[in-house]
Every structure is written in C-alpha cells, then in structure tokens.
Design a protein around this ligand. Structure first.
Ligand SMILES: CC(C)(COP(=O)(O)OP(=O)(O)OC[C@H]1O[C@@H](n2cnc3c(N)ncnc32)[C@H](O)[C@@H]1OP(=O)(O)O)[C@@H](O)C(=O)NCCC(=O)NCCS
Length: 168
C-alpha cells in the first residue's frame, strides 16, 4: 500500500516509517504489565517480538508507523489485512498516556490510509482505546471474543469500524 514517509500532525506528534532501531523501544512499551492488562494481550518475549516485527518490516502490504512525540519514540501504529479485512492497532509508551497522542496518531493514519472499511478489535474494558477510536470516527459494528493467551479467560471485545460513510 502506498503511503508517505513521514507526516507531521498536531500537538508535536509525527508519524514516520518504522526503523529497526525503534524495535527495542517498542519491546519495552509492549512489556508493560498495565498496557498488557489494558489490551488483554500477552506480551511476546524479546525473540518472539523481534521475529514478529522483522516480518512486519519485510511486508510492504502492512502500513507501520513510528509515533514520535517531539523527538521521543512514543509508540507505533499499524494497519494490516487479516482474513480480507483491514485492521488497525496501536501501542503507546505508558509514561505518555493521556496526552492525546494516540488520538492524533490514529487520526493521522486514517487520513493517510484511504481504504475503508477499517476495523479494530478492542477489549470491552479498554476504555482509553475505545475513546481513541470514537474520537477518530469509528463506531461499534459488532462484538467478538477471544481467549486471553495468558489466562485462558475469554476476553469480550467490541469490533469498531470506520466505514466510507463515517463522518471522518
Ligand atoms: C489505549 C492507548 C493507545 C490510549 O493512548 P493515549 O495516547 O493515552 O490516548 P489519548 O490521550 O489520545 O486519549 C483519548 C481519550 O481516551 C481517554 N483515555 C485514555 N486512556 C484512558 C483510560 N485509561 N481510562 C479512561 N479514559 C482514557 C482520554 O481521556 C481521552 O478522552 P477525552 O479526549 O474524552 O478526554 C494507550 O493507553 C495504550 O497504548 N494502551 C496499551 C495498548 C493498547 O491498549 N492498545 C490498543 C489495543 S485495542
């Protein structure tokens, strides 16, 4: 998918292409227990995480952006196709939560990526991510559930969708 190399957004937020040197920083973000609880996601260990990201870096069909806040690597945002549906996902450093960075990053991504519909699966308890999606024009289109790899418990999810008819 074609996309620009970097895109300056409001509030000191910038999306740029992911560089291999960002991966150890993403790994630290991904290992945060509070973030894992929020996303109902079991952290990958270093080797699995690096292998996963090297695969992503080699896949031109995946849109992957580093989110910069000033000159800090604040997190990442991705857009990829799975079973014929386009999905978005994002992950921010815990120390930068609550500053509007994810909202700006997602708004920037959906402005860059023209494909619709775009979907996101979000744990029902992930109030922050739900708010980010709503602020970017996504609306609930369904529900899903998946087993949490850590506990085996079933995680209830909302499916959010940004359709071509959404206001954004
Ligand atoms: C979810 C996440 C991306 C939010 O990032 P963020 O930069 O803090 O989000 P924003 O600052 O843009 O916040 C957007 C809105 O959500 C609200 N919000 C953010 N985190 C919240 C929380 N934990 N509880 C309640 N509201 C929250 C903000 O108040 C804001 O709402 P408002 O504008 O109405 O005040 C971030 O917490 C994160 O990376 N979490 C771990 C990974 C994850 O959950 N990824 C998404 C998987 S679907």
């Amino acid at each position: 998918m074609e996309h620009r190399t970097s895109d300056a957004l409001a509030g000191g937020v910038l999306l740029r292409d992911v560089e291999e040197g960002d991966l150890p920083i993403f790994l630290e973000h991904q290992l945060d227990p509070a973030a894992n609880q929020m996303a109902a996601f079991q952290a990958r260990d270093r080797d699995a995480f690096m292998a996963h990201w090297m695969k992503i870096l080699g896949d031109d069909a995946v849109v992957k952006k580093t989110i910069l806040f000033g000159d800090q690597v604040a997190g990442n945002i991705v857009c990829y196709q799975q079973s014929g549906r386009w999905l978005v996902g994002y992950w921010l450093a815990r120390q930068l939560w609550g500053r509007g960075i994810a909202t700006r990053a997602l708004a920037g991504l959906v402005a860059q990526v023209q494909v619709r519909p775009l979907h996101a699966h979000v744990a029902k308890h992930n109030v922050g991510s739900i708010r980010v999606l709503e602020k970017c024009g996504f609306a609930v289109s369904g529900e899903d559930e998946s087993p949490c790899p850590a506990s085996g418990e079933i995680v209830e999810e909302f499916v959010f969708t940004l359709s071509k008819y959404s206001l954004r």
